[in-house]
Design a protein around this ligand. Structure first.
Ligand code: NAP
Length: 291
């Protein structure tokens, strides 16, 4: 492929809106599509570029089409069918899916792309809303090395690190591992901070000390203040986390992994949803102790 100039971005949500903005600011010619057109109009007013009224139209004549929607069904809706991304893409162009979805879907879309002489990379991200807004996301990808090499410098507009994990689906598998890690770490912090409060320790002095040792983590440093304060509207929503954990549980069934702690934490997130905390962030696990 010659130098990438024209790209499309499908899905201008919390993540996609700023990611597409970074691409336009980096000098690419960006055409966006969003199901709710008002958001695409707002994006164009803020960043320039253009917008289309179907994913197929946005994808026309693009070197790379990026996509970031909700779940497997949403990806199918924007990628397949007469007005879907594949219908608009030229041969040899690349679809990069940033949605957190199943590895099975990634393999399916990779096979369809190959049959049409197109390319596919599954590319879920980590780093949250702040990472998307600051252009500092981490991207884990599945697909072919030479396709990854073409996409990597373009993704640098919003990613501080990207890594090809293996064949199609491997990016999604890595993201499942990421979410399994987060579930355990955040529950550990919830229990520890509740214990600290009941023990009468000074939270600031405590975290400034133990974060420098073996207990330190991104979650500890970035979430301790709000967890102690009982504020949970800063990060990744419980609804999204449960969607991601369900994907991991389905994969674990297939590969024979046991996820006892993750299942327990998922049950705690369910309790939080039942109490109306669907849009609270994942650190709200500590709310169960604040009754
Ligand atoms: P969001 O704010 O809810 O945005 C979802 C976007 O997808 C919107 O543009 C929505 O369009 C579009 N969409 C959803 N279903 C669609 C469908 N069936 N057809 C067409 N468009 C559809 O979500 P987000 O927070 O950006 O998350 C997007 C993906 O990134 C998810 O897979 C999530 O798990 C993952 N992720 C999120 C974070 C985070 O911190 N938010 C972090 C890492 C990964 P409308 O505007 O019309 O609703």
């Amino acid at each position: 492929m010659a130098t990438v100039t024209k790209v499309a971005f499908i899905g201008l949500g919390v993540m996609g809106y700023p990611m597409a903005g970074h691409l336009q600011k980096a000098g690419f010619e960006v055409c966006v599509y969003n199901r709710t057109t008002a958001k695409a109009e707002q994006w164009q007013q803020e960043f320039g570029g253009s917008y289309a009224v179907t994913p197929a139209q946005a994808a026309q004549n693009c070197d790379i089409v990026f996509c970031c929607v909700g779940n497997d069904d949403d990806v199918r809706q924007v990628v397949l069918g007469d007005s879907g991304i594949f219908a608009g893409m030229n041969e040899n162009s690349i679809l990069v899916d940033h949605t957190t979805a199943s590895a099975e879907l990634a393999r399916e879309l990779d096979a369809i792309a190959k049959a049409q002489n197109k390319h596919f990379l599954d590319a879920p991200v980590s780093g949250g809303q702040a990472g998307a807004e600051n252009g500092a996301l981490t991207v884990m990808l599945g697909g072919e090395q030479e396709i990854f090499a073409q996409v990597k410098p373009v993704m640098a507009a919003y990613a501080k690190f990207s890594q090809l994990m293996g064949k199609a689906g491997s990016g999604q598998l890595a993201k499942m591992v990421n979410q399994i890690c987060i579930a355990g770490v955040v529950q550990g912090l919830a229990e520890a901070f509740n214990f600290a409060e009941r023990a009468g320790l000074d939270s600031e002095a405590l975290v400034q000390t133990i974060s420098k040792g073996a207990a330190g983590s991104w979650q500890m440093e970035n979430r301790y203040k709000t967890m102690f304060a009982g504020k949970y509207d800063f990060g990744f929503a419980v609804d999204w986390m449960r969607k991601d954990l369900a994907i991991a549980f389905a994969e674990a069934e297939k590969n024979g992994s046991e996820l006892p702690m993750t299942k327990m934490v998922d049950g705690f997130y369910q309790e939080i949803q039942e109490n109306g905390g669907n849009r609270w962030d994942t650190s709200s696990l500590i709310s169960r102790f604040k009754k």
